[in-house]
Design a protein around this ligand. Structure first.
Ligand code: AMP
Length: 399
């Protein structure tokens, strides 16, 4: 079965076409500037040339139509016709408390995703637009929703509740949801394979560290705690997000800057994190370079990040009463040996030791801990599209 995986943003659409026989990537690409003018980058994996040109995309429907046109074209195509595509899997950001697993999309599911819009006002509308655009262009091809939040629905109340009046939870759904669930789920499964043990018997801590970062405590294959919260701003300091801060800072800043809560929240989301502290960049590569050149604020931002990760890992070891493996993934986790080493320096008390030669490897599943390390430490490149495609296949085939 061939499955089209779609990740829709408000003006963008990322896609991959996978052949589930051998889980092979056939093509991938990106539509940008949807609703503005439109640009398509399409990369077939069969040796045919890349298409990289402006294409008019007034809405996501034209974007999907352009993608299907390229996927089936003689010059850039990887399939003969659209009928070869057996199903579409969509990344959907927020499933609220309604979805603890992936689901086949029908009208009831679509309206449940709409009901979650207040919880993810920027993301869910774009995801719905993508689903509707596929329906318009592809008709009755089965569509499946895979939620960022679903994996974390297994968290117990003590982990997902905030200590605020209970009515805010019951009436307004304020609680910890967590994000990056698809990534945490993928790397946990892979880690169990690498460790040669059933996932059900393992205590794992997954550190997804990219532009957005979150950590997840996974006990027996189930998320029991995670660092992002009601929204993705919570937890670690990130590229541009502040992570956990004292909530009273908001009132204090409002009183002393003349900015309202909306403006300040925007600053906490887009101008804070390592960008805000360093004043240089949200990109860890830039910060590494600046720190090496003696920039103290860049060095401080990097130290703050490693410290926050290490503190969270420590908390999750306590939450699970132990840990068998720690996983690093996503842009920073997969590529920054210095950040991994900086974090692991704090974790010696767990009997963790890192092999610098192994830690220098890149782009492959690998152990970076020494053979005598009491806890195994792994780097596992994440693959959220593959999880979406697998779930989509399983649901469509009724597995
Ligand atoms: P992601 O959101 O997973 O795509 O991660 C993107 C982030 O990964 C970038 O903003 C960088 O901060 C980080 N990154 C990517 N490559 C490297 C690298 N070689 N060294 C350090 N950080 C990196």
């Amino acid at each position: 079965m061939k499955i089209l995986v779609i990740n829709c943003g408000s003006s963008s659409l990322k896609y991959q076409l996978l052949d589930m026989e051998g889980e092979k990537l056939l093509a991938k690409g990106l539509c940008e500037r949807i609703g503005i003018d439109g640009h398509l980058t399409h990369k077939p994996q069969n040796g045919k040339p890349t298409f990289n040109e402006d294409v008019a995309m007034p809405t996501h429907t034209e974007a999907i139509a352009a993608v299907l046109d390229k996927l089936t074209s003689a010059q850039y195509g990887v399939v003969d016709s659209m009928s070869e595509i057996g199903a579409v899997g969509h990344r959907v950001v927020h499933g609220g408390e309604k979805f603890a697993a992936s689901v086949r999309i029908d009208d009831a599911v679509l309206s449940a995703i709409s009901e979650c819009i207040p919880l993810a006002p920027l993301h869910n509308p774009a995801n719905i637009t993508g689903i509707e655009a596929c329906k318009a262009v592809m008709g009755d091809v089965p569509q499946v929703a895979v939620f960022d939040t679903a994996f974390h629905q297994s968290m117990p109340g003590k982990a997902f509740m905030y200590a605020i009046p209970y009515e805010y939870y019951t009436d307004l759904k304020v609680r910890r949801y967590g994000f990056h669930g698809t990534s945490h789920r993928y790397v946990a499964k892979r880690a169990a394979e690498m460790l040669g043990k059933p996932l059900e018997e393992l205590k794992l801590i997954s550190c997804h560290m990219g532009n957005g970062s979150s950590i997840c405590a996974i006990d027996g294959g189930r998320s029991v705690d995670t660092s992002m919260g009601f929204t993705p701003i919570a937890g670690l300091p990130m590229g541009t997000r502040c992570g956990d801060i004292d909530v009273s800072i908001l009132e204090y800043l409002a009183a002393n800057t003349g900015k309202d809560v909306k403006e300040l929240t925007n600053i906490l989301n887009k101008k804070s994190g390592v960008l805000g502290v360093s004043g240089i960049s949200s990109d860890f590569r830039d910060l590494d370079n600046a720190a090496q050149e003696g920039n103290d604020r860049a060095a401080l931002a990097l130290e703050m990040f490693c410290y926050a990760v290490a503190k969270t890992v420590g908390g999750y070891v306590a939450a699970m009463n132990g840990v068998d493996g720690i996983i690093f993934t996503a842009g920073i986790g997969e590529n920054s040996a210095d950040t991994r080493a900086g974090i692991c320096e704090y974790l010696g008390y767990l009997g963790i030791s890192i092999c610098s030669e192994r830690n220098a490897k890149r782009g492959e599943d690998t152990f970076i801990s020494t053979d005598d390390s009491r806890v195994r430490v792994m780097v596992i490149p994440t693959n959220e599209e593959l999880v979406i495609a697998r779930d989509t296949r399983d649901i469509v085939l009724g597995k």
